[in-house]
Design a protein. Structure first.
Lengths: 283, 283
């Protein structure tokens, strides 16, 4: 599926690359350095620097994540799950840190808040919105399992984690000695800390030390690990029958934001988007 | 001020050491290794591991921080600014992670929530509470500027940052190649992200890349750096006259929790503490 490759993106040396090209893009200097010794490679990694910020929206207990390659001359950045209410806060931080925001990404179509991606695109038109093809939503780029989202010398890989919605994906930082260690998984609503989801097959196949960054937490936790969730997640440690029974008997109320949030989130958070986003699903 | 040294603490090889002994305690194996080469020292550092968790209490927008040396056999841990309401959550996490909680620490006497230190001590009696001597509060250990709080092979150093209260201190992770890089400053209410405090003399003398972890954030930020706050903190970038004027004209309402919180927080959060904490100020 080289779908992404067919898009003409004005991204200079920042590109969204498909899973078929397994190696992340590295600049030539770095690649050459890798051929020498492990010590040199370790030195090269030291010069790389991931900026990472976890941001919180209190009304919906949503986490938004800012990631950037600050060692790259352009300081390319992306936001995962931005919220409309806090879009100005996020853009102000991006500006203060001297970053170039290139992607505004959703893990899925949220039912509890309106995504900030559309609002961000009206304020910074060069930003591309991203969501999964399986979400059936509109965005500039529609990704699927195995795709890689490149920002500078770092990348996120896409894992399909349906369950909460059919289109839910988890974004995981790259594998390899030139990528951040331990890896970080942005799980959206597929896996919350000590709760929810039935997507353990995809997420729990990651190394135990992988850091888990969900879309929400209602008890004040900010991060977990794959190992912890395998051991202590109150839902995912049950067998399939028990899990089904728990989920069927939650008796959750009708989500108060769902009728506003879902239609908006199908179109980057703006129902009357003056600049219509490109539907790439036909490409 | 070798005050701390006069205490008989049942801490085995975990100790609170004063600033007079400049070197943090290192086990003999590690110290020997340090004498060889830089490569060996770098290897030794790789075996060290700081576990760090930022936790949130929604009603008072308070951050609680959990730090532990998980490479040490005892996995000694400490909590900074625990809240009474979330004490059970914090202790449950400590247990799940297999840590041994040795200290429950406050940055100052909070006026907006009741500290969890007393509650934690009733549930885990071996935990020692810590606050500054200048706070005039009761705790097992009363620290002052320059003191070091050791947990395993890591330590926090104490900086006096009065202003919000006379007894406010900032805890900073240790300096040195065997300590976490970049350093982390737990600023309490002395410096909030983009706001408050007049303690820049102490905090802003740290390296610009030092990570800033405050006691609260009301807009959803979770971390900043010294460099960012020097540049963008809306209060601390003003001159002294303007700062005074801003602070005098905030017209903040009377803190709703102050009459309950302050008297409780003078005695580890428990006004009727059955086991009276040791007053070490006379030692």
């Amino acid at each position: 599926m080289l779908r992404i490759h067919t898009l003409r993106l004005p991204l200079s040396n920042l590109s969204l690359i498909s899973s078929q090209s397994q190696k992340p893009r590295l600049n030539n200097n770095y690649r050459t350095m890798m051929n020498y010794t492990k010590a040199a490679s370790s030195q090269a990694f030291k010069n790389k620097k991931l900026l990472f910020r976890q941001l919180f929206e209190k009304d919906s207990s949503t986490y938004t994540y800012l990631l950037a390659d600050v060692a790259h001359p352009d300081k390319p950045a992306l936001l995962i799950d931005p919220v409309d209410k806090t879009a100005d806060r996020d853009l102000s931080l991006v500006k203060e840190l001297g970053l170039k925001l290139i992607y505004a990404i959703n893990t899925h179509v949220h039912a509890d808040h309106v995504t900030g991606t559309g609002l961000i695109k009206t304020k910074v038109p060069s930003v591309k919105s991203i969501i999964s093809k399986a979400s059936k939503s509109k965005a500039d780029l529609l990704i699927e399992a195995g795709d890689k989202i490149q920002f500078g010398d770092f990348f996120l890989e896409v894992r399909a984690t349906p369950g909460h919605t059919l289109g839910c994906v988890t974004y995981v930082t790259g594998d390899g000695s030139d990528q951040p260690q331990p890896r970080m998984a942005f799980t959206g609503d597929a896996l919350l800390i000590r709760g929810c989801g039935r997507t353990d097959f995809q997420i729990f196949s990651l190394p135990k030390e992988t850091l888990i960054y969900p879309a929400h937490d209602y008890r004040g936790f900010t991060v977990s690990t794959v190992g912890e969730e395998m051991q202590y997640n109150s839902r995912l440690t049950k067998d399939e029958e028990m899990f089904k029974s728990i989920m069927e008997n939650l008796n959750l109320p009708y989500p108060k934001m769902i009728d506003i949030a879902v239609p908006s989130n199908m179109v980057c958070g703006l129902q009357d988007l003056s600049v219509k986003p490109v539907d790439t699903s036909s490409n």
